[in-house]
Design a protein around this ligand. Structure first.
Ligand SMILES: [Zn+2]
Length: 316
């Protein structure tokens, strides 16, 4: 019977799941709101109920062989334990792999969402066939995943790849991680809005207004119409991201840097300052050869990466 892999993207807002075949085709999907009552058991039950639905739909036709989950958290992927989940703190310390292996009776793998996105883009997206790549997810935060010689870099505890927490400003804006001046504080969706508000007094001509509801999309749309404040925000943002990535280019000599996440929609506004900062800071040859690419898989990068990691788990 053909094998399928269950994959989940466990976000703070939505729980997205899919059943994926061994060549990366999504055979079935499901999506629900993440239970928000603060109870760990309710989230576990919600995931199990979606998997039960997949089993009802697909059992008999397919062998649901393994389960991979990606989540925006610091996870020990070797041990399959969630160390710290800022969006869903009720999941802190959950022994995810053991719990779901026991419930489902199939191999289970857990990975940080940005690491999973890096794997997904390498399997089916922009970095297909690329052996050395860096993946950056520009969303509410800034996630990162690093693939060297075809293998995800995990580190001793599985927490490697946190590009968002490279410091780019010594006395910069405080970060949720406990440090300050992290690139996440300059290049995330949250940062785009904050920087726009900070720079607003210098740009009385702007069409943006300092309302609480100002969104990154407002800043982007105004920038596309030539609003000088918005262009400045994306220039600042792209420059800081370029400082972090220029350093990584020197350290890792990647072939490609793939940029995804909601803020990647602002590509046309930040890519030039980002690239010129990489060229300014990196050694000439690695700086010129690294390709900057937009994510091809969008929201599915994490889910496909989780499915791929699940498929590797049964081979291991
Ligand atoms: Zn940080």
């Amino acid at each position: 019977m053909e094998k399928l892999f269950l994959a989940a993207d466990l976000g703070g807002t939505n729980l997205r799941m899919a059943a994926v075949d061994s060549v990366g085709t999504i055979v079935s999907r499901n999506r629900m709101s993440t239970p928000s009552d603060g109870k760990q058991e309710d989230i576990v039950s919600a995931i199990l109920s979606v998997i039960a639905e997949f089993r009802r739909e697909l059992a008999g036709k397919f062998d649901l062989a393994a389960f991979g989950a990606a989540m925006p958290a610091i996870v020990n992927s070797q041990a399959g334990i969630i160390l710290r989940s800022p969006n869903l703190p009720e999941l802190n310390d959950l022994d995810f792999e053991a719990r779901f292996t026991r419930e489902l009776g199939i191999p289970v793998v857990l990975e940080n969402d940005a690491n999973a996105a890096a794997v997904g883009e390498r399997w089916k997206g922009a970095a297909k066939g690329v052996r050395n790549s860096i993946h950056v997810t520009l969303g509410t935060g800034v996630g990162g995943g690093i693939i060297i010689d075809g293998t995800l870099v995990r580190g001793i505890d599985g927490t490697a790849g946190e590009i968002g927490h490279i410091a780019v400003e010594p006395e910069g804006y405080p970060c949720g991680c406990g440090s300050q001046g992290c690139v996440e504080q300059y290049a995330s969706a949250t940062a785009i809005v904050r920087i726009a508000k900070e720079l607003m007094p210098l740009h009385p001509e702007t069409e943006l207004h300092s309302s609480l509801e100002l969104t990154p999309l407002d800043v982007f749309e105004a920038g596309m119409k030539g609003d000088r404040l918005s262009l400045e925000v994306f220039r600042v943002s792209g420059t800081y991201l370029g400082i972090a990535l220029g350093g990584l280019v020197n350290v890792l000599n990647p072939e490609a840097i793939v940029i995804g996440g909601g803020v990647a929609a602002g590509w046309d506004l930040f890519i030039e300052p980002l690239q010129s900062e990489i060229l300014r800071r990196a050694f000439q040859h690695p700086g010129e050869r690294v390709k900057l690419m937009r994510s091809e898989l969008g929201d599915d990068a994490g889910i496909l990466g989780a499915a791929f990691l699940a498929s590797q788990k049964i081979k291991a």
